[in-house]
Design a protein around this ligand. Structure first.
Ligand code: HEM
Ligand code: HEM
Length: 198
């Protein structure tokens, strides 16, 4: 919680009213929109990634899915940059009632940091892998300048890291969902209300 808690509590006190305090216990509208948009995009990207690697190579279908996966992955990279910048400007809301102990609070924060790290590293390693391949990355049909050269070794290495971090993200998403269920059981719908558009 740290800085965010202090900032939000200070803002509530400065605002001087209960309404301000209640408002500060929710994520801001841009944070909520980015959270849900990215949840859909990332789960879609994981599904598409796993599907496309099983397709027969050098077919129009595989080219279509690889290009779409790369383009949407770059959109995810832009969105996460915006999301992190926004989070820096507007730290998450205080959660005094949400966790029963300081340890649980710390674990929740750590899991969120790991989720952010994965969201950033996966597209970066995807882009790095593709930059050392045969085909230039096309952003919805527009070929981007290639910063790497052809190197099957580097391409393979970056792609393996890309896949490994994507699996870590899958595990974290499962944990995240279990945490939401835990909160729903122990404290009702408050947790989802914090992440909903008012
Ligand atoms: C790809 C899938 C997802 C990712 C990467 C993700 C990531 C995150 C992150 C990083 C946060 C912390 C926000 C912050 O403090 O800055 C968060 C919060 C939250 N997420 Fe997700 N999320 C995903 C899917 C979901 C789903 C499917 C649900 C609901 C069923 C959900 C419910 C929530 C809620 C309720 C919070 C607010 C927790 C709080 O009050 O502090 N998320 N999510
Ligand atoms: C956040 C967004 C992304 C997610 C969640 C994601 C996820 C995945 C997953 C789960 C796979 C399957 C891994 C495997 O089983 O081998 C995959 C494969 C792949 N991804 Fe991504 N990816 C993302 C962004 C990107 C980006 C931005 C690029 C390139 C610009 C990219 C390029 C690739 C390529 C080329 C493969 C196929 C690797 C192979 O043929 O071995 N991905 N991705």
């Amino acid at each position: 919680m740290g800085r965010s808690h202090t900032v939000n509590v200070a803002a509530a006190i400065a605002g001087g009213g209960r309404a301000d305090a209640a408002r500060s216990e929710r994520y801001s509208r841009p944070a909520v929109i980015l959270h849900w948009l990215m949840a859909v995009l990332l789960i879609g990207q994981i599904g598409m990634g796993l599907y496309m690697v099983e397709l027969p190579k050098r077919t129009p279908e595989v080219a279509y899915y690889y290009n779409l996966h790369k383009s949407l992955g770059l959109v995810a990279l832009m969105l996460i940059a915006v999301r992190l910048a926004w989070r820096w400007r507007r730290p998450p809301p205080a959660s005094p009632e949400l966790h029963r102990s300081a340890l649980l609070e710390k674990l929740a924060q750590a899991s969120h940091r790991l989720l952010y790290a994965c969201m950033l590293l996966i597209p970066l390693f995807g882009l790095a892998g593709s930059s050392f391949g045969k085909y230039p990355v096309k952003f919805f049909g527009y070929a981007l300048p290639q910063f790497g050269w052809e190197s099957p070794l580097l391409q393979g290495l970056f792609r393996q890291v890309h896949a490994a971090v994507a699996w870590l993200l899958c595990a974290l998403i499962v944990l995240h969902l279990l945490a939401v269920v835990y909160h729903l059981v122990t404290s009702g719908g408050d947790v989802l209300r914090r992440m909903s558009v008012r």
